[in-house]
Every structure is written in structure tokens, then in C-alpha cells.
Design a protein around this ligand. Structure first.
Ligand code: HAM
Length: 428
């Protein structure tokens, strides 16, 4: 039997209502805060991620699905990659379509996306090779920390609306990368005496991009990382003021946070504000649900005009896992059919399909089986379907021109004409 590829999975129909609910609340949050949707391709030129996310990051260096496209007579095959994230593609689109010149909605361009991303990580619960992100990016000339606080306020509303509590917002500032040389020197000097105790990858990171040592998840490297000078202690004055302002805006909104001076995030484009939201133990080790930050200068790196940017993405797979049981139950219930029609006798069959047709055109979700069943069996199927009502059509009912509508929760029954059935079933 052919099965799904390791690290990928089918999202089955029982799960879909939960996914749709998270997406629906996300879209509502984006609508309220002025974000418009963008859909970019699933694959892009490898160079976009190498330049945008950074060649030395794990994501680009180890985890990308890269392939050489077929050559044409006049051209060599080019290197393409499945997108491991969507900030670089969105900034590419912003530049390519000159969105910076389009000012009809004001100076800021607010974009959001929902879709699959691909990273060749070791699969675990909550960690997949094809996973889904919901993300948002604010692009434009301003780096006002108010933008950041407002985006986090939106996330706060979103989590509350989904009844997700027990999350922690961690923030940090990684300063201005152009003024990072002195810190990097200090960091390398601090790492040097411990090189023997670090994993081979950290030793490599020490050579290529020392900041990435903070990304290491290997237990034996942790004690060394704990002793290293933090980036927050070394940021430039302007970045420090920016961070203070950002915190003030969060305080003003009553949004709680902790400062994590060792959080550098695993992508090279971040400048100044970086943040993560983690969930509770439900997710095990994969408890980082939201990640984001500022990335002034990414546009320039990709050949675009000077642009400031701030955004985030969350893992849809992980967000769905965080939905509390009661909320999952409510959402699944709401997705069940409204009515299950039970018919008894051949004559009732046509009547049942006719009633179904009329009810459906009135907007009611109706389920019925093709063949007649024994009443008991049919009622058991109706109950299992999760439908709110069973509509029973038998010989008696046809003769009377009325139908028996049973509320499957209260067990109450009524004999009603079809118009009344439709009215009753339409009330939520
Ligand atoms: P990221 O932290 O790499 O950031 O990913 C964001 C979120 O995607 C994570 O917090 C996690 O929930 C989810 N995620 C990542 N990898 C996996 C995986 N293998 N399986 C399941 N879920 C996963 C970014 O991607 C940045 N582009 C975010 C951003 C937008 N920064 C600024 N704008």
C-alpha cells in the first residue's frame, strides 16, 4: 500500500472543522485590522531564501526541499525550493508588484497569507515536513513600535476568541544588524574557550554565523549557551529606545510578556523586535506556536527599495492542537448536519428526497441514506451523525401531509408541515 511521505499527513474530515474555525477567526482578525490576503507560489527560486532567510540558517542550510528544474535548450535548469516560510516571498511580491508605490490604503501595506510550508525537519508530534502557517506582514516606511504592539494586540484578540489561554509572549530586541560587529566579536570570544564542549554544528556556526549558536536545541550545548553574553545587553541606543517604546505600548494594552534576552529566532532577517508565543505542554517540545519580528532591510537585501517590515506566522497545525476540548466539541457539533431524514417504506423514499431538496434550497444541511432501513437502525445512524434533528417520514406522515420532527437532544417530537420544519431547523 502506498502511504503518505514521512512528515506529511492527511487532514481528515473530522479535523477540518477545527482548521476552518482557526482560519475563520484569523481572517476576521485580519479584516478588523486592515490586512489583505496574498497568495504566493509554493515554490520559488532558491536564491530568494538563501538571500532572504540566510544561507547559514538551519532552515536554508539543512531543511529546504531544493531541486534543479529541467533544463531548456537555451538555459540550464535553475535551482528551485519549496517555500520553508513566506516572509521572503511576500517581500519579493511587494517589490515585484511595486506595492510600495500604491498608497490608496495609506503608507503601510498590510498583507496576510494562509498556506503550506515545507521544512525537512525530524518529524515529531506537532512538527511536520509539510505544515501550515497563517502569517501577516506590515510593510512600509515606518518602524514605529506602535505597529508591533498593534499586531500583538490582534494576536491577543485572536487567541482569546479561540478560547486559547495559558500562552506566554516572549520578547527581545536583536538590535541593528549593521551595528552588531562588536557584539559578534564579544560572542565569539566567549564561545572560543568552550568549543570542545559544543556540538559539531555549533562549532560550524561559530565559524559562519555565531548568533545562530543560540538556536541550538542540543542539551549538552545549553550550559555553554547560558553563559554567553546576550544580544539584548549589547544593542545600540536607538534600538534600546525602540524596545522601551514597544514595551510601553504593550503595557498600555494590558498585554503581559516576559523578556527573553537569548531569543534570536532562527532566521537571519530580524532586526530589533523579535517575539514568540509559546503554548502549554499539550504540544510537548514543539510548543512554539507564533514567531515573528521586525525585518527592516529585507527588501533591500532582495533588491527592493528601503522598506521597514514587521510580521509573524503561526503554525496552524499547532494552533488547532491548542484549542481547548470544550471549544473543539462546540466546533465539531456546529459542523454536523442539521437534519437526518429517516424514511419508512418505498413510497416515502421519493417524498424524503423531495423534502431534502426543499430543505437544502432553504439553506439547511440535510443527510439521508439511499436505501430504507429499519426505524431503530436508522435512528441510531441519525444520532451518530451528530444531527440536531431527525425528520421521520412514513406512510402515516405522507397521508397526513405532515412530518415528524424529532429534536435529538431533547427527544421532543412534533408533527409539522414542511414549511414549519424548515422554520424550526433554521433556528440555530
Ligand atoms: P518560524 O518561527 O520559523 O517563523 O515559524 C513560525 C511558526 O511556524 C512556528 O512558531 C511554528 O508554530 C510553525 N512551524 C515552524 N516549523 C514547523 C514544523 N516543522 N511543523 C509544524 N509547525 C511549524 C517564520 O516562519 C517567519 N516567517 C515568521 C515571520 C513572519 N517573521 C516575520 N514575519
Amino acid at each position: 500500500m502506498i502511504q503518505t511521505v514521512r512528515g506529511t499527513r492527511d487532514i481528515l474530515p473530522e479535523e477540518i472543522p477545527l482548521w476552518l474555525r482557526v482560519e475563520e477567526v484569523a481572517r476576521e482578525a485580519f479584516r478588523r485590522y486592515g490586512f489583505r490576503e496574498i497568495r504566493t507560489p509554493i515554490f520559488e527560486k532558491t536564491e530568494l531564501f538563501a538571500r532572504g532567510v540566510g544561507q547559514a540558517t538551519d532552515i536554508v542550510h539543512k531543511e529546504m526541499y531544493t531541486f534543479i528544474d529541467r533544463a531548456r535548450e537555451d538555459r540550464e535548469g535553475e535551482s528551485l525550493s519549496l517555500r520553508p516560510e513566506n516572509t521572503a516571498p511576500v517581500v519579493r511580491a511587494y517589490i515585484q508588484h511595486r506595492m510600495y508605490a500604491e498608497k490608496s490604503l495609506g503608507e503601510l501595506t498590510r498583507l496576510y497569507y494562509i498556506g503550506p510550508m515545507f521544512r525537512r525537519e525530524r518529524p515529531q508530534a506537532g512538527r511536520y515536513r509539510q505544515f501550515y502557517q497563517v502569517g501577516a506582514e506590515v510593510l512600509g516606511p515606518s518602524d514605529d513600535p506602535l505597529i508591533e504592539a498593534e499586531v500583538i494586540e490582534m494576536l491577543d484578540w485572536f487567541l482569546k476568541e479561540l478560547k486559547i489561554t495559558n500562552t506566554t509572549l516572549s520578547i527581545n530586541s536583536v538590535g541593528d544588524p549593521r551595528l552588531r560587529a562588536e557584539y559578534l566579536e564579544k560572542l565569539r570570544s566567549a564561545i572560543r574557550p568552550h568549543l570542545q564542549n559544543l556540538c559539531p554544528e555549533c562549532r560550524e556556526r561559530y565559524q559562519t554565523n555565531a548568533l545562530r549558536v543560540f538556536d541550538c536545541k542540543i542539551e549538552t550545548c545549553r550550559p555553554v549557551i547560558e553563559t554567553l553574553p546576550t544580544i539584548l545587553d549589547s544593542i545600540d541606543e536607538a534600538s534600546r529606545e525602540h524596545f522601551e517604546d514597544f514595551k510601553r505600548h504593550l503595557d498600555a494594552r494590558g498585554i503581559a510578556y516576559t523578556i527573553n534576552p537569548r531569543m534570536v529566532r532562527g532566521l537571519d532577517y530580524y532586526t530589533r523586535t523579535a517575539f514568540e508565543i509559546t503554548g502549554d505542554s499539550n504540544l510537548g517540545a514543539q510548543n512554539q506556536i507564533v514567531g515573528g519580528g521586525r525585518y527592516d532591510g529585507l527588501s533591500e537585501t532582495l533588491g527592493g527599495p528601503p522598506t521597514r517590515g514587521f510580521g509573524f506566522a503561526f503554525g496552524l497545525d499547532r494552533m488547532v492542537m491548542l484549542l481547548p476540548d470544550a471549544e473543539q466539541e462546540r466546533v465539531r457539533q456546529a459542523a454536523a448536519p442539521d437534519v437526518f431524514i429517516v424514511f419508512l417504506g418505498e413510497a416515502a423514499r421519493d417524498q424524503a428526497f423531495k423534502a431534502a431538496r426543499e430543505m437544502r434550497s432553504a439553506g439547511i444541511a440535510v443527510l439521508l441514506e439511499l436505501e430504507e432501513r429499519k426505524l431503530k437502525k436508522a435512528m441510531a445512524t441519525a444520532a451518530k451523525s451528530g444531527a440536531r434533528f431527525a425528520l421521520i417520514i412514513g406512510q402515516d406522515e405522507i397521508e397526513q401531509g405532515k412530518y415528524r420532527l424529532k429534536n435529538l437532544q431533547s427527544e421532543e417530537q412534533q408533527l409539522l408541515e414542511l414549511a414549519e420544519v424548515i422554520k424550526t431547523c433554521s433556528i440555530i
